[in-house]
Design a protein around this ligand. Structure first.
Ligand SMILES: CC(=O)N[C@@H](CC(=O)O)C(=O)O
Ligand SMILES: [Zn+2]
Length: 313
């Protein structure tokens, strides 16, 4: 048996959801989903039921990331199995509701694919976020989208880190896909970011339609950036930030950062350098929402993953 002949089969992807407003101040996803709720012609594909859905309507109304707690961290087994009740934080109640509609997480009844639309204040461009390196269907979708949008580019962030992985809204689907586009300030719409997100979604839905029609996708390799480590801002004993992202690093998401390279700049102008043991690729650099999470940026490593050929059963 040659490893080159390994092939995976999946059932058709009949049920697809597009989530917007998981964070209520990330305006591209909120606006696109609201648009598609009114008129879904653009997201309809043959043989697919695509449901656009605002996941955190209270946060959207207030134009804030969340009301009580981060919805995109709330889909843990503990939260989802907690007894139903009004004493739970709003987002935990909402996670249970969403899990009833689009899940249950881990069950055969769960939606096939969920796209969750996000914006970042970081200069990340178009980024697709995966939660598993083993999901051949998603890897093939990434390869398809990358080819389809060329010469524009879109990168794949893989978060399989045992400690840094979190319980996302999309994680209730069989094939969870995050879409993160930036830079865009919170509460702001930028036409270039909005259109970039829209184009990625178009190709993603095209892929699902082709797959359902029986097209075979041959084995391929996909370049991904695997989450390695969270780097916090330098802080004093009271936890107050004492340095900013260094100008050489600011906006340089996905560019190599080598040991000894400038990383932070203190308020009195001192440079703090990267102390790692090898080259990493930083991303989510200076993301506004991550100050509360003690994260200035995340480091990643570049990897090539082999996706087996896939075809529907
Ligand atoms: C800026 C932002 O909200 N990013 C998302 C990334 C993701 O969807 O995995 C989050 O932290 O939930
Ligand atoms: Zn977000």
């Amino acid at each position: 048996m040659s490893s080159f002949n390994i092939s995976s089969s999946f059932k058709e992807a009949r049920r697809v959801a597009i989530f917007g407003g998981t964070h209520g101040n990330e305006m591209s996803g909120v606006t696109l989903v609201n648009l598609w709720v009114k008129n879904g012609a653009e997201i309809q594909r043959k043989g697919v039921e695509t449901k656009p859905f605002i996941t955190n309507p209270k946060a959207v109304e207030k134009c804030t990331r969340y009301v009580d707690t981060d919805l995109n961290r709330a889909f843990s087994p503990e939260n989802l199995s907690a007894p139903r009740g009004d004493n739970q934080p709003y987002e935990v109640q909402r996670a249970q509701e969403i899990n009833r509609i689009f899940g249950p997480k881990g069950s055969p009844d769960a939606y096939d694919v969920i796209f969750d639309l996000h914006n970042t204040t970081s200069n990340m461009g178009c980024t697709l976020i995966l939660e598993s390196s083993k999901d051949q269907f998603n890897l093939q979708m990434m390869n398809y989208i990358k080819k389809a949008i060329s010469p524009s580019s879109c990168l794949v962030l893989l978060n399989e880190h045992p400690l840094l992985k979190y319980s996302t809204s999309r994680s209730i689907a069989k094939h969870p896909v995050g879409l993160e586009v930036g830079p865009q300030p919170q509460g702001v719409l930028r036409s270039n970011i909005f259109e970039a997100m829209r184009v990625i979604l178009k190709h993603a839905l095209d892929f699902i339609e082709l797959f359902n029609e029986g097209m075979e996708f041959p084995s391929c390799t996909v370049e991904v950036f695997r989450v390695l480590e969270r780097i916090d801002y330098p802080r004093d004993a009271n936890g107050n930030i004492i340095a900013m992202v260094h100008p050489n690093l600011q906006d340089c998401d996905w560019e190599p950062l080598n040991p000894g390279d400038p990383m932070f700049q203190t308020f009195d102008g001192k440079t703090i350098r990267f102390q790692g043991s090898g080259t990493v690729y930083p991303t989510f650099i200076n993301e506004a929402a991550y100050y509360e999470k003690q994260q200035a940026f995340v480091t990643t490593r570049r990897e090539s993953l082999v996706a087996s050929s896939i075809r529907k059963v």
